[in-house]
Write a protein that binds this ligand. Structure first.
Ligand code: NAD
Ligand code: DAU
Length: 336
């Protein structure tokens, strides 16, 4: 099989390419990535000499580059996006451009190239915010209700993918998954920021009262879920993917990290809340489990331990990224 992976130099994309090359060594993988601040070729250095892997440095909003890369591919796995909610609050324009227009450019080229499957990676954030303390969960039938520029742009991309399926018959699938964590995660998101701050002797910023709830999915488990959808899932279907069954608040999960890294709770710094901060996400992944036989393979504690060990052993990967992100950190955490 020939896979075109967009955004493969980012967090989930690079993990997915490693996963796919390891488990399907006969397949050819092209990684199409613009290398924004979030893209990093270092994450795939070990594959540079692999004859079945190729990197294309280009932008998904560029129709010529996309058409040329798309030709001859069976499957598209579309990760490329602007992905950080806080950056979308500071500057929404590029989120609309990349996440909505970029997706539409890819869809046009995928139709023309007659790909067998266009798989779109989306997020549980498109469903909005659940009440704290309720037992409600997002599933494949939950109505869309995005509340940040990031989630609104991802909702727009989901709608345009489905529209190409219904209108032009494009064979697509969509997964809406929860917060991923693990290796190669840019150190601006909560887990890698917390872990790297603690390694550097700095405190962990927790927004608001810290009681917001997220569902946490170890990135390797997300990769195996995408594999299940590509190999066993049906075209025209959507699947919601999560990693947990119970709620865990941000402050609880930060306390777990502190405990695993041998720090006291004094290392928590409560800071100003994110504007429009979604209160609670929870994901029902029954369809993934019952129809495709998928379930997460690690507990949150196991996944966290692996992630902490990786950041401890890979300072050369994350230190330069954190240096370069100083401007963003100063703008985002003005009160610190
Ligand atoms: P990331 O920010 O780490 O990586 C994004 C990648 O896309 C980078 O390599 C970047 O260079 C590339 N990119 C950005 N704009 C591009 C453009 N115009 N053309 C080509 N490449 C471009 O993102 P991530 O966390 O790996 O997320 C991947 C996908 O998964 C996104 O679509 C995101 O919305 C979705 N998602 C992420 C999570 C999560 O927890 N990280 C959860 C649910 C869904
Ligand atoms: O739910 C899936 C989404 O998860 C993905 O679609 C996004 O691409 C991904 O970035 C992630 O979004 P979140 O906003 O949930 O992730 P983030 O790591 O930024 O924040 C997780 C929670 O932690 C959230 O409630 C905000 C809070 N937070 C975050 C940061 C960066 C803090 O309390 N302090 C922080 O410094």
């Amino acid at each position: 099989m020939k896979l075109l992976v967009t955004g493969g130099a980012g967090f989930i994309g690079s993990n997915f390419i490693h996963f796919w090359v390891k488990n399907h060594p006969e397949d050819q993988v092209v990684n199409f990535d613009k290398l924004t601040y979030a893209g990093n070729k270092e994450s795939l250095k070990d594959l540079e000499s692999n004859p079945n892997y190729r990197f294309v440095h280009a932008d998904i909003t560029d129709p010529t580059a996309v058409a040329s890369a798309m030709a001859g591919h069976d499957i598209v796995v579309h990760f490329a996006a602007e992905s950080h909610v806080d950056r979308s609050i500071l500057g929404p324009g590029v989120f609309l451009q990349t996440n909505v227009i970029g997706t539409q450019v890819l869809l046009d080229a995928a139709l023309k190239a007659q790909v067998k499957r266009f798989h779109h990676i989306s997020t549980d954030e498109v469903f909005g915010s659940l009440e704290l303390g309720s037992s409600e969960k997002f599933d494949e039938h939950t109505p869309y209700d995005p509340r940040s520029p990031y989630s609104a742009s991802k909702a727009g991309s989901d709608h345009i993918v489905r529209a190409y399926g219904e209108t032009y018959g494009l064979p697509y699938s969509i997964t809406n998954c929860s917060n991923n964590y693990g290796e190669f995660h840019f150190p601006e998101k909560l887990f890698p920021l917390a872990i790297t701050n603690l390694i550097e002797g700095k405190k962990v910023p927790v927004y608001g009262d810290g009681l917001n709830v997220r569902d946490w999915l170890y990135v390797q488990d997300h990769c195996s879920a995408i594999e299940a959808v590509l190999l066993k899932g049906k075209a025209g279907e959507t699947y919601t993917i999560g990693g947990l069954k119970e709620d865990v608040s941000n402050v609880e999960v930060v306390k777990k990290i502190l405990q695993l890294m041998g720090h006291s709770e004094d290392m928590i710094e409560y800071v100003k809340d994110r504007p429009g901060h979604d209160r609670r996400y929870a994901v029902d992944w029954t369809k993934m489990n019952e129809e495709l036989g998928w379930s997460p393979s690690v507990t949150l504690e196991e996944g966290l331990q692996r992630t902490i060990d990786w950041y401890k052993n890979n300072e050369a990967w994350w230190k330069p990224l954190k240096e370069k992100a100083q401007g963003f950190f100063q703008q985002n955490y003005k009160s610190l």
